[in-house]
Design a protein around this ligand. Structure first.
Ligand code: PLP
Length: 396
């Protein structure tokens, strides 16, 4: 073959062709990794940008795998037009920075996810946005922290790691009364237990990474707003700064989402049984589970969540940091990992991970001692879990 002929053949390899299709269709969602989308004419492109035609243009602005995943979570949350972001923190960031401006004030719950606290206290502060924190179980404390410049309240329904239950009805009424946006990070509760839009929230946020995707193999977030103007501002900020999710991860999360209700129900049933087992164990000083009558917010948990008290259980051993260490070492089959919502049970020790930066007094004020553990209960057989914890606690 002459040099010219070979070049011609190799050149055509670069030209993309449509997939060969027959009369049958795949039953599984295809992954669409294309970054760019070609419009058939300049007129059509104009129509797309002017909103007269729908169609993707560039993946940072949106792509089919993200849209499909967002629509499924919209359905669970009773939302419309939610977006998927590259992480849960990207969703929190878009909700705050897409809306707030210098001079505004945001009021947060005092036990928010650690990076949300850092974003509010350190990063927003650099942009001239003031933050204060208050106890979300005490609506009067929240009210006292409201300022004339307050624009938004950010809360989680069930706090990490002490599993306190926020006064969601009181806070929603307060937000309405003073005319501020209520943003709810629904990661712990999930729409299976609580749908923020049914109870006065304006913005819903998720770390899909946790229970919704459920297998500890994707990092994604979700944010939706009730008001189309607010939703547009959040979307524009997210695509401008590039909080875009990967199509591959959206596809994996969609796959995980199909079993979300089954996984949630099983993990919650396990959590109830494990909480009971731990409460009866002689080496356990205290169990915190919103579904137990000895939980400090038991009445509110029942009122708000009914039987949907979740898969998270915290407990305190009758022992110090050294005993906590022995417990972790005695149960290598329980991954010691600061995440949650995986199919497998994981154990975390806030004093040495998420709340390490606090002083012992600061931790004590939140009710976190050296013997405090948080468990994200998975979908294993409950007998296995009881045996694993018995083995761990025997070392205390
Ligand atoms: C994990 C988590 C986040 C952050 O999500 P990432 O996907 O890890 O960025 C935000 N809020 C809550 C309540 C979380 O548990």
């Amino acid at each position: 073959m002459s040099e010219d002929r070979r070049n011609e053949r190799e050149g055509t390899i670069v030209r993309r062709k449509a997939l060969v299709e027959g009369v049958s269709r795949p039953v599984v969602t295809p992954i669409q990794p294309s970054v760019v989308y070609a419009s058939p004419s300049i007129d059509v492109l104009h129509a797309q940008y002017e909103g007269r035609e729908t169609g993707y243009t560039y993946a940072r602005e949106g792509h089919p795998n993200a849209t499909l995943l967002a629509q499924k979570i919209d359905q669970l949350e009773g939302a419309e037009g939610g977006i998927v972001t590259g992480s849960g923190m990207a969703a929190v960031t878009a909700a705050l920075m897409g809306i707030l401006k210098a001079g505004d004030h945001v009021l947060g719950a005092n036990q928010l996810y650690g990076r949300s606290l850092r974003l509010m206290n350190q990063d927003l502060a650099r942009f001239g946005i003031a933050t204060s924190l208050a106890d979300p179980t005490d609506v009067e404390a929240m009210r006292a922290a409201i300022r004339p410049e307050t624009r938004m309240i950010l809360v989680e329904v069930v706090s990490n790691p002490t599993l306190r239950v926020a006064d969601m009805h009181g806070i929603a009424a307060l937000a309405r009364e003073v005319g501020v946006l209520l943003a709810v990070d629904n990661t712990f509760t999930t729409p299976r237990a609580w749908r923020p839009f049914d109870h006065g929230a304006d913005i819903v946020i998720h770390s899909i990474t946790k229970l919704l995707a459920g297998h500890s193999d994707v990092t994604l977030g979700y944010v939706a707003a009730k008001d189309p103007g607010v939703a547009r501002a959040i979307y524009d900020f997210a695509v401008t700064v590039g909080l875009t999710p990967s199509p591959y991860e959206c596809w994996l999360a969609e796959r995980g989402l199909y079993t979300f209700p089954l996984r949630y129900d099983r993990a919650e049933a396990n959590a109830k049984a494990l909480a009971e087992h731990l409460a009866a164990h002689p080496k356990v000083a205290r169990v915190l589970y919103p579904g137990r009558p000895d939980h400090p917010d038991a009445a509110r948990a029942t009122e708000l969540l009914g039987a949907r008290t979740g898969n998270m259980v915290s407990f305190e051993i009758d022992g110090d940091a050294a005993a906590a260490d022995r417990m972790v070492r005695a149960a290598p089959q329980l991954p010691f990992a600061p995440t949650l919502g995986d199919v497998g049970t994981t154990l975390s020790h806030p004093a040495s991970s998420s709340h390490r930066a606090l002083t012992p007094d600061g931790r004590a004020a939140l009710g976190i001692s050296d013997g405090f553990f948080r468990v994200s209960v998975g979908i294993e057989e409950i007998d296995l879990l009881r045996a694993d914890f018995d083995m761990a606690l025997a070392a205390v």
